[in-house]
Ligand binder design. Structure first.
Ligand code: ZN
Length: 112
């Protein structure tokens, strides 16, 4: 493995460790939703419409099934960074995988 890649791997390890130490990692996504009810006299049906909400929904896929929970705005503000951390871990892991593949491709023992 090249020196540059080894150094990059060490930087990735440092960042991964910091995220892991925080313990703030959450899979899934948080979506902001606004809804309309079925009451024709409601402001959500007015012109212009004023939908209900915003509501915040955390969703995550567990074994092909999507599970979701409604959360408060305060919960959304608290947990969005956890979700960002999860995405960052996946990015860092993908980069490590690229480094591994490059090292394998550069192995001089491949037969021609
Ligand atoms: Zn309504």
């Amino acid at each position: 493995m090249k020196v540059a890649e080894r150094q990059e791997a060490q930087r990735i390890a440092t960042e991964l460790a910091a995220i892991a130490r925080s313990g703030q990692v959450l899979a899934g996504t948080i979506t902001e939703r606004r809804t309309r009810c079925s009451n024709p006299n409601c402001r959500c049906m007015a012109d212009p419409p004023e939908p209900h909400g915003p509501y915040y929904q955390w969703t995550r896929k567990i074994r092909q099934k999507t599970v979701g929970r409604w959360m408060s705005r305060e919960q959304r503000d608290d947990y969005q960074p956890w979700i960002d951390n999860h995405r960052r871990i996946k990015e860092l892991l993908a980069r490590l995988e690229e480094i591994g593949e490059a090292a394998l491709a550069a192995d001089p023992r491949w037969r021609r």
